[in-house]
Design a protein around this ligand. Sequence first.
Ligand code: PRP
Length: 180
Amino acid sequence: MMHRDCERILFSEEQLRARVAEVAREVDKLYVGKTPLCVGILKGSIIFYADFIRHLTSPVELDFMAVSSYGSGAVSSGKLKIKKDLDRNVKGRDVIIVEDIIDSGFTLANLKQLLLERGANSVLIVTLLNKKARRNYDISPDFNCFDIENEFVVGYGLDYNERYRSLPYIGILKLSVYEK
Ligand code: PRP
């Protein structure tokens, strides 16, 4: 049953399960004999992250960051604000950033640079959704599950005002919900 605040389902549970598994298996091939550090960006990525890591066969270490996307719509003025930093030192590590959505690219462009400055050996970006039309920064994911248009999507971790994250599918929110 679809939530009544959704206009339609964009990606069903089955589509998400299949595509996340497919992408994770591709990523996994790059880390044979390595122990990557999987960095989930809170909170939108949590469900994608949990599904993604369970397809990795290499030993992985898990860590999380929370960052503020304040300034993300702007051209280049904003600075990334770290609300929760990593517990692990990334020096020399092969890092996989797991993110729910790349929009302007502000968050991931800054995060990648930060982790490289801290001495990460490599930084791979894996996203669930890519809103290409909105890109303002010179960055693209190394792996992405689905390209989407400029639609307001919720579910599978993504929210509107902290709601709808637990929906098992990705839905398009009704205009009437966020325009009231
Ligand atoms: C979203 C998303 C990215 C960022 C993408 O986070 O998870 O971190 O915005 O936008 P950008 O490419 O324009 O930087 P949000 O601030 O909604 O936080 P959340 O993950 O906790 O929902």
